[in-house]
Ligand binder design. Sequence first.
Ligand code: PLP
Length: 467
Amino acid sequence: MSHNDAWMQRDLAVLWHPCTQMKDHERLPLIPIRRGEGVWLEDFDGKRYLDAVSSWWVNVFGHANPRISNRIREQLDSLEHVMLAGFTHAPVVELSERLVRITPPGLDRVFYADNGSSGIEVALKMSHHYWINTGQPAKKRFITLSNSYHGETVAAMSVGDVPLFTDTYKALLLDTLKVPSPDCYLRPEGMGWEEHSRNMFAHMEQCLAEHHREVAAVIVEPLIQGAGGMRMYHPIYLTLLREACDRYGVHLIVDEIAVGFGRTGTMFACEQAGITPDFMVLSKALTGGYLPMAAVLTTDTVYQAFYDDYATLRAFLHSHTYTGNPLACAAALATLDIFEQDDVIEANKALSARMASATAHLVDHPHVAEVRQTGMALAIEMVADKAGKLAYPWQERRGLRVYQHAMQRGALLRPLGNVVYFLPPYVITGEQIDFLAEVASEGIDIATRDSLSVAVSDLYPGFRDPG
Ligand SMILES: Cc1ncc(COP(=O)(O)O)c(C=O)c1O
């Protein structure tokens, strides 16, 4: 038995993996990873995989980055943790000062949570609580975009709209208002991104006009709807949204969990629209992919609405045990140092141009409807019919074939449905990008062959095509 197999068996005897139908592992090998270095992950049999998705979009400066590891080691020697209620410590103060400095002007307060979904819960609760504290308790609903994703906890799911993740739990969800997304994949033939995004804003304007009295906040993923298939839109939508939220007295929550820290080509996506939201939620790349942490930044106006004598019961009595953990703060500080010292946002321009040129040929592929890109995120949409943009039925799991091919070739590509995407660590090289593009092209060829060599029902016994 190989080392991989041995670990896989031990794992499958006791673990339940995230976002996984565990029965898939009767056929799909689970990959036990022994170590990581830079863009590479290495399994227990010594095979290496180029991590094209930054391990769920977190690992921006590579695995086992010595600059981050050393900073955490230093922190370990002095303070591993202290609760943040009634106490503070140097890394959390320094990190908060830096986050206030680098985020859009006006975001002057930082509240911590310990993962992205919890950060979203904080922003939603804080927004509604603000309206209670300022005498407008009826403002308790949230407006969201179709196809959005904000996490897995119940309120975060409520403001999401990816049916695969939310439909089962419908009965538990908050009553939110959904507005069609400005997603430019769906724009009419020949129309530009800006015009489409601007046109789609009419739906948001109408919703705000009708419901603003009962709405606490609008929540959006700025520029890229990640889990919804890396769908993208133009910054004009955010500019219009900021202006309308101000006009209607509604908060704007911007979820930069996936896109913050350089993914869209600027440090934060909001910068491209020149806006300051009322709440900005950060996580994922915040700690360079080392430790779970989320930060919710907000304005002094929001903060002041909670600041009062204890007996008024206006305080935000929300906590997570690991709020502001010093090790996570140290990882975040090291990550911010790298951004600053290496002028990463500027350096990424060449990498993002290389991603574009390496995949340009795929535009002509008979089963590729679109190759789209925003900064360091690039997505390739596979379709059954190019002219009509007809999607492959999800049951065929074509993306899984790309994944399997890539794993054989030594690349970790993990498509979202029919969308193959690259969200690589920023330490990737031009040659490595070319390699990913080559593997993705081969994978797409294999996955879109009309008569697949293995029938879906063969791969998944018991599978019945509902069609
Ligand atoms: C935009 C966005 N918001 C929220 C989340 C949830 O973050 P977490 O998985 O840390 O709870 C994610 C995770 O993928 C995300 O992409």
